[in-house]
Design a protein. Structure first.
Length: 160
């Protein structure tokens, strides 16, 4: 069984509903959610002139490999109506693979661990809630250490 840590984010429409629908689709197509963080709200990162995001992290156990999981994720985003536009722009749903087991994957389609997770408090805070001791396989630091060292100053507020 494989273990994937996924981030879910939304900043359009009923943000909670989009994340709930995404989790349902992932359980139907990909595996079992065995843990999830609280939901956090933060200002948009990158392109800041857009609505605030809700973000969370889930842990998915799956028999699929990382590439098959990515395919399911992209299909789920499309099913929910995501249209890819400008980089870091608003979106109904965004699902990223943060970690997949302890693997390091670097292909044109997929980079795991997520290359920017250590720079983003909106990822590190929910990760630290559910897996503070998880070791980053490339940086050789755990999530709690990465959060302590993170220079991102955006406020991340627990909302549910």
């Amino acid at each position: 069984m494989n273990r994937a840590y996924l981030s879910l984010g939304s900043n359009e429409g009923d943000r909670v509903q989009w994340m709930e629908k995404a989790m349902w689709l992932l359980t139907v197509k990909s595996g079992t959610i065995v843990n999830q963080s609280s939901v956090y709200e933060t200002m948009a990162w990158g392109l800041t002139t857009q609505p605030d995001f809700l973000n969370m992290v889930i842990v998915l156990e799956t028999t699929k490999n990382a590439q098959a999981l990515l395919k399911d994720i992209l299909e789920a985003e499309v099913t929910l109506g995501r249209q890819r536009g400008e980089k870091w722009g608003p979106r109904i749903i965004d699902i990223d693979i943060l970690f997949f087991n302890n693997e390091v994957i670097d292909t044109p389609e997929l980079v795991v661990p997520h290359p920017y997770l250590q720079e983003r408090r909106f990822i590190l805070i929910p990760m630290a809630e559910i897996a503070p001791e998880l070791q980053h396989p490339k940086l050789h630091k755990n999530i709690a250490q990465l959060l302590e060292e993170c220079e991102d100053d955006l406020e991340v507020k627990k909302v549910m």
